[in-house]
Ligand binder design. Sequence first.
Ligand SMILES: C[S@@+](CC[C@H](N)C(=O)[O-])C[C@H]1O[C@@H](n2cnc3c(N)ncnc32)[C@H](O)[C@@H]1O
Length: 276
Amino acid sequence: MTDNPEQYRQWTALGIDITVPHSARMYDWWLGGKDNFEPDRALGEAFMAAIPNIRAMARENRRFLGRAVRHLVAEAGIRQFLDIGTGIPTEGNVHEVAQALAPECNVVYVDNDPIVLAHARALLVSQRPGSTAYIHADLRDPHAILADPALTKTLDLGKPVALMMVAVLMLLDDDEDPWGKARVLMDALPSGSYLALTHPGQDFDPEAMAAIKELAGRAGLTVVPRVKADVARFFADWELIDPGVVPVNDWRPGSETVMLSDEGPAYYWAGIARKP
Ligand SMILES: C[S@@+](CC[C@H](N)C(=O)[O-])C[C@H]1O[C@@H](n2cnc3c(N)ncnc32)[C@H](O)[C@@H]1O
């Protein structure tokens, strides 16, 4: 699985199974990262056969993350972030973007992949010691995330928090109730908090999305693209800010956003809402 037996031994000791594909590592590969293995690349390529633009889409998703954090800090005055489904650290991690604008920002990262845990140190190097924390936990158990001492030490839940769920909710099946899981986290946050999310959209290309779901399932991964109305349901009664739930490239595009005509649309819905 890897040319380097020593590395293989280290990964295995950390509980990282590199014999099966994983969403974090496949996404890392699409973004041009190095923390991925043959099964991740094989599934990543199979996805690309169904959606040739998938790498550009992953980049667009990542660019949204940056725009969202900049908006939340600069326009909405947010200084605390809870980032669920962090991913393998790459360019523009939440605390880097946030602290570049406001060094007093605090960020708690949450992911359930041991390889992200293995890289967590990169997320903890911040301008102010103690301003970031990493929790190895699962979105399917939101109460455990909220009760984790690293969260309560780093975030003041009496003050607004931006909950980031960027390209993660599709990794929970309907019967795992991702809406309910998100709601537990949302309910723990005070008025003035925000939810920012992206989600692959079933409605952009139903046939290609069905192929993705099927390929993932065969490889033992859950990937559930959803239609716009089901994505909008995540925001519940929170107030969507302009422009609402839109294709990810259309969410307040900046100079860095690739023109749709260059690479085609990114099949992700995106939105940000404020808790009343
Ligand atoms: C596609 S990546 C998105 C990374 C980052 N949010 C971004 O948009 O650039 C999805 C991440 O969610 C993590 N993840 C998947 N299922 C999860 C779960 N049940 N709980 C927590 N994290 C999860 C994966 O390990 C992966 O790192």
